[in-house]
Design a protein around this ligand. Structure first.
Ligand code: TEU
Ligand code: CA
Length: 558
């Protein structure tokens, strides 16, 4: 592999600004609040801070509906607060990754307000407009957030496309003026000194040339738009143009969020020599515990199958090795808390299973991402009422699947929401056992997880051998041990449904990672390992093989 880039040894800490720290008592996290907590992030050892969108937004999708890319959402503070945060990050040797959403804007963005007025204004073609077909929507495509992806505007007597909410019209990337406006915006932030970008659903920007109906899931009125528009025919051209116009020459870290991307797509979008992006967030390992019934999408309350998880992660490890670069993540603002989803959040097993999952992930090749609260083992909220939820994806899905399609009972959908809703990741950061977990002196915008008195930063930092120190050690290992960054990957015992074991090899150095995914003791012999490795691990593993306590992970280095 060519010489290592700094972002290949870096660890990124994701801050969801709305839920991290409120500084003015309005119950909403904000930029001064983040600035007041930078020493904590530095103490953890992360290198980069990824902020979810902080731009002007009506907040239909918590900031992923942007109405002004070059203004700060007043709920989060001012541009002066941003400048202060950036300066304080850089003062600590931390870098800032901004989250930009250029597949769509808010319907309150002035581009869209103008575009919707007529078919011949300067912004008319900044979005994707189509005439009705036989008096109805142009295609049967279904939104990620339920319902049709088309909304009719009488002033134009046309429909506009929105892959997500009605309030999130898709931008027309075939329009070179629009593309230039996006690059100019990105360069505005590069000039301000930001160190990188996370690009929201960036692999959706190249739409098909012909808009034709897709195949709906059985009994569903719509065909999921994701597979229809993901990884379109001009994606590579657009990303290479973005590289030329913005990224080349600036030493930035870039990660594309790429739902429905395959390994082949990632080899192109995150190729080591393709001059597009540094890496991607793939979704395959996050969609394994979905449903046998595709009409239910991600909504389920079932455990993941370890053999499937090992197979998926291994495929991406070997598929990108030497060709492209991957991100490594379990958690983010869209995913439920991993310790509740793949681990065991019973107080008896919460910490050890969270540490096991962290070990499993951080031993792999790629850039690890840690989502706020993951480093103290924060869990799902276990909400029980629909009124507990705020996320429009969850609320739309409930109304679609329960009220409209009658595919799920309210009880089952509430169980699925408790398992999978994005709100699980968005409950306020749990700092201490004071009111609202020290997040806010006001009423938090979303309920604080009721387990905060026992599960919070202050409590964790007071423990010796805490999960926080465990994450510090994993990050330290990433920074100091090249085998994690460059080593080959070999899956061991592929069909073992209880233990995930893999070998990393770099020259004569080897690292053996063994994770017990279950609540039961496990013993594993490694007689199928190459004899030299067996001899070596023989010094470490007692003679009846690797004994693993429930949810225990071990790393052997030789
Ligand atoms: O998410 C993209 C996306 O595909 C999500 O719908 C995700 O697949 C789903 O929520 C998983 O449960 C990005 C942002 O991360 C998300 O927060 C936004 O809502 C979405 O794009 C629209 O901008
Ligand atoms: Ca606030």
């Amino acid at each position: 592999m060519a010489t290592m880039q700094w972002w290949q040894k870096a660890v990124v800490y994701q801050v969801y600004p709305r839920s991290f720290q409120d500084s003015n008592g309005d119950g909403i996290g904000d930029l001064p609040g983040i600035t007041s907590r930078l020493d904590y992030i530095k103490q953890l050892g992360a290198d980069v801070v990824w902020l979810n969108p902080i731009y002007q937004s009506p907040g239909v999708d918590n900031g992923y509906d942007i109405s002004d890319y070059e203004a700060i959402n007043p709920e989060f503070g001012t541009m002066a607060d941003f400048d202060q945060l950036l300066a304080q990050l850089h003062q600590r040797g931390l870098k800032l990754m901004m989250d930009i959403v250029v597949n769509h804007t808010s319907n309150r963005h002035h581009w869209f307000i103008e575009s919707a007025k007529s078919r011949d204004n300067p912004y008319a073609d900044y979005y994707i407009w189509r005439d009705p077909v036989d008096g109805h929507a142009p295609t049967n495509w279904g939104s990620f957030f339920s319902g049709s992806t088309w909304t009719y505007v009488p002033a134009r007597q046309q429909y506009y496309l929105h892959s997500f909410a009605v309030e999130q019209p898709d931008l027309n990337w075939e329009n070179p003026k629009l593309r230039q406006a996006v690059y100019d915006m990105m360069n505005f932030w590069v000039k301000k000194g930001v160190d990188g970008f996370r690009l929201d659903v960036i692999n959706l920007i190249s739409k098909p040339t012909d808009f034709v109906d897709g195949q709906p899931n059985s009994g569903e009125p719509y065909a999921d738009i994701g597979p229809i528009i993901a990884n379109g025919h001009r994606l590579s051209a657009f990303l290479q143009e973005m590289h030329t116009q913005v990224l080349a020459g600036a030493d930035l870290i870039t990660v594309g969020e790429t739902p429905n991307a395959t390994i082949k797509d990632a080899q192109q979008s995150a190729g080591l020599t393709t001059n597009e992006l540094n890496m991607v967030f793939e979704f395959e390992h996050m969609n394994l515990d979905g449903n046998s019934n595709p009409a239910l999408g991600k909504w389920n309350d079932q455990p993941v199958n370890l053999v499937d998880l090992k197979q998926s992660l291994s495929k991406w490890q070997t598929g990108l090795h030497g060709k492209a670069w991957n991100s490594l993540y379990w958690n983010n603002h869209d995913q439920p808390r991993i310790v509740s989803r793949f681990g065991n959040d019973d107080p008896k097993y919460r910490v050890i299973s969270a540490e096991m999952l962290a070990t499993m992930l951080h031993g792999l090749q790629g850039t690890p991402y840690i989502y706020e609260g993951e480093e103290i083992g924060m869990t799902n909220a276990h909400f029980t009422e629909l009124s507990d939820y705020k996320d429009l994806e969850s609320l739309n899905a409930y109304h679609h699947l329960v009220d409209e399609e009658h595919r799920l009972s309210s009880t089952q959908m509430l169980a699925d929401l408790a398992h999978m809703s994005r709100d699980n990741a968005r409950t306020p950061m749990q700092w201490d056992n004071s009111l609202n977990a020290g997040f806010s002196t006001g009423t938090p915008w979303l309920q604080v997880n009721p387990n905060y008195p026992q599960l919070n930063v202050q409590q964790t930092l007071a423990e010796s051998n805490s999960i926080f120190t465990y994450y510090q050690q994993l990050i330290q290992l990433r920074h100091t041990n090249a085998i994690l960054t460059t080593g080959d990957y070999q899956l061991l015992d592929a069909d073992d449904g209880a233990v995930y074991a893999y070998l990393r090899t770099a020259g004569t150095q080897q690292l053996l990672v063994i994770c017990n995914f279950t609540a039961h003791d496990q013993v594993r012999e490694y007689d199928q390992l190459p004899s030299d490795v067996q001899r070596l691990i023989g010094n470490y593993i007692d003679d009846q093989g690797a004994t693993l306590r429930p949810y225990e992970a071990k790393i052997y280095q030789f």
